[in-house]
Design a protein around this ligand. Structure first.
Ligand code: NG6
Ligand code: CA
Length: 505
């Protein structure tokens, strides 16, 4: 890429940003799963080291006020890829493994943006946005009729949902990878297949990881681990959880290799550090936090592997890496991995209140690191208010591309903020909790709308942030401790109006 000629595409109608003028950078978005604001060394993690990620932060920009749109995976990823708030639609909640595609083929996505600008586009790792054109009607033994190829991805190697949901196979370009014709695959989220063991009835077969009692991970057993949903078959196509990170990294490196001579966009979503946490042996036992700490170490290894490959191929200088997480951290998410008792003072959400699922900051404030040797001055820290919702439009700005009218309407171009050039920040970001409680966050305040959801999730020990009365916190003081709604009704009023206007759009 270094000496690549000037880059032209018929679809590039606007002037390119300065660094992108010489040669457009490759873009790698590394999206971790459930990695908290405090889970990386460079964000204050204890007990586990993340040298590869920390190096990216040193060589790039580390953001302290970046937000995912939602506190769970599916809506967060939906918004990142489409530039549309997930709460505008009723059907973007945590998807089952047999959900139909949530992003519709006619929707404009981040992959479309890069694809139209002449990039090769790839999605590797966790998907969790549905596949096929009808829920529960997929034939997993044939090519899927509707998939990532319809929303701008030239290549994909993905897990349909999460590792704790069936089907437990990778899908490569619309078809089960390593498909085993001797073991046809059937999937149901309603009933078990006759004769198949389940975590509920056959707990003795959970030889790798036990599920917490009364939790959802007690349906089909794959690789000695209980899952959500039922599946039959799979044979040699079934993944082994301990090899998932390797498979993802290996395919990422291969994608980079195959596209080394042209610009590429890689949407790289790790399975780490979502449950079931079952990393490879070589990451085990090197920190005192057990499997959750090991999964963080494995995530860091993946990052290191990708950077190493970029360096080996001479692509490192002109590749923009964005590293972030889909939502905040959860410690116990339904498997007996002893994550809670082994924290030893580590705080997955750092100084923030709340976790994954919450309306509090811990639910949606995420690590964000941008590193691009050629286009970003390293060693910086940014306290600018940021949201994943703006990535699509900011990439559009970088490429000088126009976004079709009526698409990605919530995404605003803030390339300068992303690259550390400074400019106007967003006046506010909007955050969504598991129970659809919306919050408005400005540089000073956080308003959480009243809601009737439960205030606490027992097993996960998560404060949801739900309350029947309005909440207002001064976020310049960490921890969202003192509700100032009654003291500052004028601020509550102003932030409520922002929400009202946004909802009407
Ligand atoms: C929840 C699961 C949790 C996790 C989450 C999705 C239960 C009780 N809990 O419903 O274990 O899978 O969904 O996580 O089943 S996410 O990061 O993909 O959004
Ligand atoms: Ca997640």
């Amino acid at each position: 890429m270094k000496n690549a000629p000037l880059f032209f595409s018929p679809l590039l109608l606007l002037p390119l940003s300065t660094a992108a003028q010489q040669a457009p950078p490759n873009v790698v978005v590394i999206l971790a799963d459930d990695l908290g604001y405090g889970d990386l060394g460079c964000y204050g993690a204890r007990n586990v080291e993340t040298p590869h990620v920390d190096r990216l932060a040193t060589e790039g920009i580390r953001f302290t006020q970046a937000h995912a749109v939602a506190a769970t995976s599916t809506p967060s990823r939906y918004s990142l890829l489409t530039g549309e708030y997930s709460w505008r639609r009723p059907d973007t909640d945590i998807a089952a493994g047999n959900a139909k595609m949530i992003i519709t083929p006619n929707q404009y996505t981040m992959a479309d943006l890069f694809h139209s600008a002449g990039y090769r586009t790839g999605a590797i790792g966790k998907w969790h946005l549905g596949l096929g054109d009808e829920t529960a009607a997929q034939d997993w033994n044939a090519p899927l009729p509707c998939g990532l190829q319809d929303i701008g991805f030239d290549y994909h190697y993905i897990m349909a949902a999460t590792a704790d949901r069936v089907p437990c196979v990778f899908i490569e370009n619309g078809f089960v990878a390593n498909y085993d014709p001797t073991a046809p695959i059937e999937v149901s989220y309603e009933k078990n297949f006759p004769g198949e063991p389940t975590g509920r009835d056959n707990p003795e077969q959970l030889y790798n990881l036990k599920s917490c009692p009364n939790h959802g991970h007690n349906h089909s057993i794959v690789n000695g681990i209980g899952r959500i949903g039922y599946m039959k078959g799979g044979g040699k196509a079934l993944w082994k959880d301990e090899n998932i990170a390797d498979s993802i990294a290996e395919h990422a490196v291969k994608f980079i290799e195959e596209n080394r001579d042209r610009p590429f966009f890689l949407y790289l979503c790790t399975n780490d550090i979502h449950v079931p946490r079952f990393p490879h042996d070589r990451f085990r036992g090197k920190n005192k936090m057990g499997l959750r700490g090991d999964a963080i170490a494995q995530f860091d290894w993946t990052v290191g592997r990708v950077v190493e490959a970029l360096k080996d191929m001479g692509l490192d200088d002109n590749t923009l890496i964005l590293l972030t997480s889909d939502n905040g951290p959860v410690v116990n998410d339904g498997y007996e991995d002893h994550a809670e008792e082994l924290l030893h003072g580590h705080r997955p959400a750092g100084p923030l209140r709340g976790n994954k699922y919450s309306a509090f900051e811990g639910g949606t404030r995420v690590p964000l690191i941008a590193r691009w040797p050629k286009g970003i001055k390293g060693g910086a820290e940014s306290h600018t208010l940021m949201s994943h919702i703006d990535l699509l439009a900011s990439f559009g700005e970088m490429l000088g591309a126009r976004i079709p009218k009526g698409h990605a309407t919530d995404s605003q171009p803030h390339l300068g903020n992303l690259l550390g050039d400074g400019e106007h920040a967003r006046p506010y970001v909007i955050e969504q909790s598991l129970s659809h409680t919306l919050s408005v966050r400005t540089p000073e305040w956080k308003y959480i709308e009243p809601s009737d959801g439960r205030a606490f999730m027992q097993l996960e020990k998560v404060e949801t942030g739900n309350s029947p009365t309005p909440q207002l916190y001064d976020v310049r003081v960490d921890g969202e401790k003192e509700n100032l709604a009654e003291k500052h009704p004028e601020v509550v009023f102003e932030l409520q109006n922002i929400l009202r206007r946004e909802r009407r759009k």
